[in-house]
Design a protein around this ligand. Structure first.
Ligand code: DOR
Ligand code: ZN
Length: 348
């Protein structure tokens, strides 16, 4: 059978995205807004988005930063950053706002700007109870922070130490296990109720941990959760391409400046928004299941969140293009995923 050259699908959504703020926000936002109708916006700014008020203000800054031709077609779905001090009453406000769609749990110290995150999730049980009642999903960065735990095991151990308890204690709470990286995470999601879903990034399906040390140390392949072994990468591809409704697209595109990545203590995060849907097309194509891309990218996410599916369409073409070596990022530069290399698909 001749390979598919053009693929028209319902416009996708990105269920996990970092946009940063101000001049940085303005640099990266068009890449996402050209490809996606909506995106779940991560709240881990330097001053985290901990209240509905702050989320509303951040949302306004995002909308103002949109190029005029994209102002009407892109809707930022806001999230709150859970802290030890978050109040249940804040959840009620968030649920009533109409623009806050989830609450993000960063274990304190797990990743970029997570210092103000949660150090004791049990102390947040009243908040989780309020979320369960108001049907606000909990988005989970699922890694333990104990420095004695091997970095490649942090997700697996988080499941046993934390996640299974949360799912058991809050059976009606919607939980998204974000950017899963292991076969254990896939199994957990597959074996739990329909209230538990997961996002999968393109970079975790395109690379295994060897990519961190390919001919030398590769800071632009460093993200958290860190890349894992090949068996895990294969398990993620299998889950994403299975047609199972619990798995959906979340790029976790996370821009940093070139200087903070190429550094003696480089930041975690990979910028992928410039190929936000195209990288996934490459993965699904290679797996021989391009016909499953639309459900993963455009149906499973809104169905899980209880939002309508998009009406617009986008067309992807099998047309190779070269990715830029660097992008302007505020007054600085950002090195994108696969800088200077080819991407096999393009959007029309
Ligand atoms: O690689 C990552 N980058 N993982 C995260 O959890 C945070 C993100 C960021 O904000 O840069
Ligand atoms: Zn993230």
């Amino acid at each position: 059978m001749a390979a598919c050259q053009k693929l028209t699908i319902t416009k996708p959504d990105d269920w996990h995205l970092h946009l940063r703020d101000y001049q940085f926000l303005a640099s990266v936002l068009p890449d996402t807004a050209k490809r996606f109708a909506r995106a779940i916006i991560m709240p881990n700014l330097k001053d985290p988005v901990t209240t509905t008020q702050l989320a509303g203000e951040y949302r306004e800054r995002i909308i103002s930063a949109l190029p005029s031709e994209l102002q009407k077609s892109f809707d930022p779905l806001m999230t709150l950053y859970l802290t030890n001090r978050t109040k249940a009453s804040e959840i009620v406000k968030a649920a009533e706002s109409g623009f806050v769609h989830a609450v993000k749990w960063y274990p304190a110290g797990a990743t970029t700007n997570s210092e103000k995150g949660v150090s004791d999730i049990v102390a947040c049980y009243d908040v989780l109870e309020a979320m369960q009642q108001t049907e606000v999903p909990l988005l989970v960065h699922g890694e333990v922070t104990d420095p004695n735990v091997d970095i490649f095991d942090r997700e697996k151990i988080f499941i046993d130490q934390f996640l299974t308890n949360i799912i058991k204690n809050f059976p009606d709470l919607k939980v998204v296990f974000e950017h899963i990286t292991t076969e254990q995470a896939v199994s957990l999601v597959e074996s739990t109720s329909s209230n538990v879903g997961a996002t999968i990034t393109a970079h975790h399906m395109l690379m295994n941990r060897n990519a961190l040390f390919q001919n030398g140390i590769r800071p632009h392949h460093y993200c958290l959760p860190v890349l894992k072994r090949e068996i895990h990468r294969k398990a993620l591809i299998k889950a994403a391409t299975s047609g199972n409704k619990k798995f959906f697209l979340g790029t976790d595109s996370a821009p940093h400046t070139q200087l903070t990545k190429e550094n003696a203590c480089g930041c975690a995060g990979i910028y992928t928004a410039h190929g936000g849907i195209e990288f996934y097309a490459e993965i699904f194509d290679k797996a021989g299941v391009l016909d499953k891309l639309e459900a993963f990218s455009s149906f499973h996410g809104p169905d899980f969140y209880g939002l309508r599916r998009n009406k617009d369409k986008i067309t992807l073409s099998r047309r190779r293009h070269k990715i830029a070596d660097a992008f302007p990022f505020g007054d600085e530069t950002c090195i994108p995923f696969r800088a200077g290399e080819n991407l096999e698909w393009s959007i029309d």
